[in-house]
Design a protein around this ligand. Structure first.
Ligand SMILES: Cc1cc2nc3c(=O)[nH]c(=O)nc-3n(C[C@H](O)[C@H](O)[C@H](O)COP(=O)(O)O)c2cc1C
Length: 218
């Protein structure tokens, strides 16, 4: 077990992968487990992940970077690429499933079921009807799972690249996401850094504004 700050200093946005190295299944399973365990508001769990590991699947996703050529090789030379997607809505059926899960897991006693439904619906209606940003709210939860994923990968000394520079509409079409009630947010390529990658913090220092410009005592 390494120190979390060591992990975060070790991790960086990998710009060049060693295509000969593949992440072992047991390590990749840990990465997937971290996505399962990541938190979400009201435990909504509206994020869905699509994993490309075969050459064919990876190429399919890389095709969506045609307008972002600087990202193409990061996907093509990765070991795995994961498409992070979010549900675009959260309806009564989704709430019922969430309540059933809570009941099955012994967290929602039958006498409190109505209170839980009311509590869940408060937040969902706030975003569905008042703020009209339900899709963005669900996507925020997916970004949160990204943080957990990146830290887990760093802990395993697995390299990653978060990629928003990709045609998300094209990714939606390639994976038929609209029909599934989902929308792609970004992709993450996963693998091992090339010794030639100049972005490695051992070669190029990380760039961060000083702490006193970002963190304040109340
Ligand atoms: C949401 C998100 C989207 C990003 N999209 C890209 C991208 O399309 N291509 C890329 O090379 N880096 C991308 N980055 C990497 C950032 O530029 C990088 O995290 C930042 O410069 C800090 O550097 P570090 O990750 O090496 O510490 C993205 C990062 C985040 C969090």
């Amino acid at each position: 077990m390494t120190n979390i700050i060591d992990d975060l200093e070790w991790r960086y946005t990998t710009k060049a992968y060693d295509p000969s190295k593949k992440v072992a299944d047991e390590d990749f399973d840990i990465l997937l487990k971290s996505l399962e365990l990541a938190p979400s508001s009201i435990n909504s769990q509206g994020s869905r992940y699509f994993v490309a590991s075969s050459d064919e699947a990876i190429k399919k996703i890389a095709d969506a970077t045609k307008d972002y050529g600087f990202n193409t090789d990061k996907i093509l030379k990765s070991s795995h690429t994961v498409v992070f997607t979010s549900k675009v809505d959260y309806n009564d059926d989704d709430v019922n499933k969430l309540v059933k899960l809570g009941q099955d897991d012994g967290r929602i006693p039958s006498e409190s079921t109505d209170d839980f439904i009311k509590g869940y619906k408060h937040f969902i209606n706030l975003h569905r009807h008042n703020q009209k940003d339900i899709a963005q709210w669900l996507a925020k939860q997916t970004y949160l799972t990204l943080g957990v994923f990146l830290c887990t990968a760093a802990n395993l000394r697995i390299d990653t690249t978060v990629i928003e520079g990709i045609d998300l509409g094209m990714v939606n079409n390639i994976l038929g996401l609209q029909e599934k009630g989902l929308s792609a947010d970004f992709v993450v390529s996963v693998g091992y850094r090339s010794p030639d990658d100049l972005n490695d913090p051992a070669k190029t220092k990380k760039s961060r504004f000083p702490k006193d410009q970002k963190i304040f005592t109340i």
